[in-house]
Structure formats: structure tokens, C-alpha cells
Design a protein around this ligand. Sequence first.
Ligand code: SAH
Length: 397
Amino acid sequence: MPAMNTPDDAIQTTPSRCEDGRINLLGLTRTGLEDYFQARGERPFRAVQLLKWIHQQRVTEFSAMTNISKDLRERLEREAEVQLPEVVSTQTSRDGTIKWLVRVASENCIEMVFIPDEPRGTLCISSQVGCALNCTFCSTARQGFNRNLSSAEIIAQVWLARELLENDIAGRRAITNIVLMGMGEPLLNFDNVVDALELMLEDNAHCFAKRRVTLSTAGVVPKIDALRQRCPVSLAVSLHAPNDELRDRLVPLNKHYPIRDLLAACRRYVQDDAREKVTFEYVLLAGVNDRPEHARQLAALLADVPAKVNLIPFNPFPSSGYECPPKHVIDEFRDILMAKKIITITRKTRGGDIDAACGQLAGKVQPRSRRMQLRQSGRSAPLATATVTLPAKQLQS
Ligand code: SAH
């Protein structure tokens, strides 16, 4: 395993306590709330009542929670709160895609995106402020990494989007699918992401079916197994290259978890359900990973994995150094995979005019270290030689 740099800005989570010491109940799972009430001598069924008020009725004032005794409401007001981050701007694309900029503590902003595609409505949410993985073709990587989002900040995105979409003057719209494909690497913020996933699936909260929630990862192998144990939602893997030599360059995390190990974890992830497949994302970069031999190599790799492939035409951003291949190249790549019986879909680019497409989310990430300040001022090392900078703690199995 190559040496790892441990950044001086070790991954941190905002406390679930507010500045005045009150605890934010928004990010607590059913079990978390049960523990909270039990510790205060209250019956555990209060947890379900709270979940319904907060996530289904979207009530944030304890005083309005009328089936809870007055005494308990007053106590909650003193000791707790339901605090949501603020939506600071909204942009709507010509194709109907909506991007919201959401301010989380310390002046950082993350982005979330709603992609309407009748009859579906997909919400794409973020899991970290920035990202530490340095994938060379991704604009979030350029922002550097600041911190993990708390479970409250992750589930707040679902809460806010539902509220905004249900009250939209353009008409009420439903979220049918959630994808963790926004800013950040969700499996490097494992506990908070799992808590938020549980709230997405919880019958008394957001009540999504498991297969309608997809977590996308660059391939943190031990955490793929952990996710299978804890909360097996649909899995998408950002593969982007059919061999280690090329993937090491595009997705530096590959130096820690090479393709062989990654695919073995993917096989394990779906082994108990014959209908399940892992989605492999493959961003097509002109002249880099888009040749027919790459497609043939990819087909051979996936021959014994229950897989479908999402080809993502590269979405450009300033000074990326990459280009999107022409349509005939993308079509030929897809046809080679299909000829090998691999289900392949070319993802439509959505929200490109408002920088809301895959890999274009940048938010506003406050620098935490000199390394990041250098990168943000454009004086970084050449991208091809960028090192993976991860907290060692997060990479251990
Ligand atoms: N860190 C996770 C979650 C991000 S998902 C992961 O890597 O899966 C965002 C998806 O968009 C990933 O598949 C990512 O590789 C892809 N992507 C990043 N930059 C892109 C770009 N410029 N054009 C197209 N897709 C891109």
C-alpha cells in the first residue's frame, strides 16, 4: 500500500449540539431518539412521535407537537432543537433541473440538485464539504476538503428539498429517488451517512424503499462491506477505468483499493439477492479511457459481476484539461459493452447550464490547510501527480 499523507485538517464532523448547548434532534435515528428519551426517563415511543413531527409533518417547533405532554415540550425547548441549514440560492436549468446552495456551519456551502425526469424525480445530495479524493476529472476535488457533514446536515437536504418542491409555484413535485452523488465521498463519512440513510428508509420518517436510494462511492472497499451489513441501499461505484494503471491516475484512491479488491467487494455486496446489480459509473474522457480496447477490457472485467454500466459523458469545467468524446465514440463504447450483454446506459447530461451536472458541484468550501489554499489559488501540483490525502483512520478496515 502506498504511503498516505495524513492532513493536518483531520476529518471532523460538526457537533450535533447547537452553539447554546442544545442538541439538534434532526439527525437522530429512531434508535438515537429512543436512547435520548430513555436517558431522560421518557418512554421510547416518544421517538416515533418525534420522527413523524420532524420528518413527515416537517414541524420544527416543539410547541406545535400537540400529542406530546406540555411538560415534555417545555423540556425539549430548553434542551433540544430542530435546526436546519439555510438555503442561500436556487438556480433552475433550462431542462428543469434545480440546484440549491445550502449554507452549513462556518460559512461553508454545499450543493444539492433535483433532476425531474417524469415519472421520476431524483434528488442528488452531498455527504461532505468538498472532497479529499482528488479524482482528476472532478470539479469538487478542486475545492479541497473541509469537513464531514453531520447526519442532521445530510438528512436536512432531503427535508429541505421536499419542503421546497411541495410548495413550489411551478407545481408540487415528488422525490422518487435519492442519490448520494453530490459533493464528497459518502463512505469516508460512514457513521453519519448511515444514520441519514436510516432516516431516509425509516417508515416513520422519509419512508423510501432501499432500492430507490443509491450511494455512489469511488471504492472504499472495507466500507462497502460495512454498508452491506448496516444498510444495504443500492450501490454505485465510480470505476472510470478498466485497468489499475489508468485508474491509479484518474481515481487515486485506487492505489489503496485496486480494481480486483473493489470488484470482489461489489460481488459480495449483491451476493444475497439474485436481482440486485451494482451500477458502475464510467466518465468518458476523450483520448484517455474511451477507446474500443478500454470498452473490451471493461466488458471482460465485469463479465462475472452482476453489473450495469452508466456511461457519463465528461462534463467540462474551467481548466479541467479534459474533453468529452464525440457522440460516435460514446455510442461505439456503449455498443461494445452491449454486445457483451452488459446493460449499459449513457447518462443524459442534466443541468449543465447551471453547473449542476455530475462532477460540476463545487459549493463554497473554506480552506482548512495551506495545501488546500495553494490548490485553490491554482498553485497546486499538476493534477496527474496529485497524491491521495486521506485521514489514515478512515481508510482502515
Ligand atoms: N465520491 C463519490 C460520490 C460522487 S458521485 C464517487 O466518486 O462516486 C459523482 C459522480 O460523478 C461520480 O461517478 C464521479 O466520478 C462523476 N464525475 C465527477 N466529475 C465528473 C465530470 N466532470 N463529468 C462527469 N462525471 C463526473
